[in-house]
Design a protein around this ligand. Structure first.
Ligand code: SF4
Ligand code: SF4
Length: 188
């Protein structure tokens, strides 16, 4: 866990704070730093900033620190923080908004693998309407340039038919693609 330095607090970008508030509609101005979200978060121990700190940093407009943090990628979207926040701040929507902003602004953060997985997973949903594990894994391997690390496990899964060679057949793929296009237009 890191602390927010006084120097960093003076360098805030109010436009960033406003944008996150408008896109997320998470009510983050209601946060009074009670720490309930961070004390409830199952992965807070692994984050560089706790969820309550991320909320405070967004309020202060600390764009660079927030978008490059590991926290936004380690958030497991479990919604525990949302259920327990006494002020109904939707921390998860803030995390979602920050992830999309980090991707769109091509921020090179401290976490490198999870953003690639995130994009690969969403790409598979957009393409097939459902995840197709085999093509997703191959793409992930190429993008992370980690081709051979668990090839034996992959072969075993293929032989046991745990990985389907053919992509799934899903009705309404065009509608799913249209949703992706619409959210792209309306997102960060
Ligand atoms: S639980 Fe809610 S009010 Fe408390 S620190 Fe977290 S976001 Fe802020
Ligand atoms: S949604 Fe994310 S930030 Fe909130 S408790 Fe779950 S893992 Fe932690």
């Amino acid at each position: 866990m890191q602390f927010i330095s006084e120097q960093a607090q003076e360098m805030g970008d109010p436009a960033f704070s406003k944008r996150v508030r408008e896109i997320s509609e998470a009510g983050l101005e209601r946060c009074y730093q009670c720490l309930t979200c961070s004390l409830s978060c199952p992965v807070a121990f692994a984050m560089d900033y706790f969820p309550n700190q991320i909320i405070r940093m967004v309020q202060l407009g600390l764009k660079e620190q927030v978008l490059s943090s590991t926290t936004i990628w380690l958030c497991a979207t479990c919604e525990t923080c949302v259920a327990r926040c006494p002020n109904e701040v939707d921390v998860l929507r803030v995390m979602d908004t920050l992830r999309e902003m980090a991707l769109q602004e091509k921020v090179k953060g401290k976490e490198t693998i999870i953003p690639i997985f995130h994009q690969t997973f969403l790409g598979s949903i957009k393409m097939w309407g459902k995840q197709h594990e085999l093509s997703m894994l191959l793409l992930l391997k190429m993008r992370t340039r980690d081709i051979f690390s668990d090839i034996g496990l992959g072969m075993k899964m293929l032989l046991k038919r745990k990985l389907s060679l053919l992509p799934p057949k899903v009705k309404g793929v065009e509608e799913i693609k249209a949703i992706f296009e619409r959210t792209k237009e309306g997102s960060a």
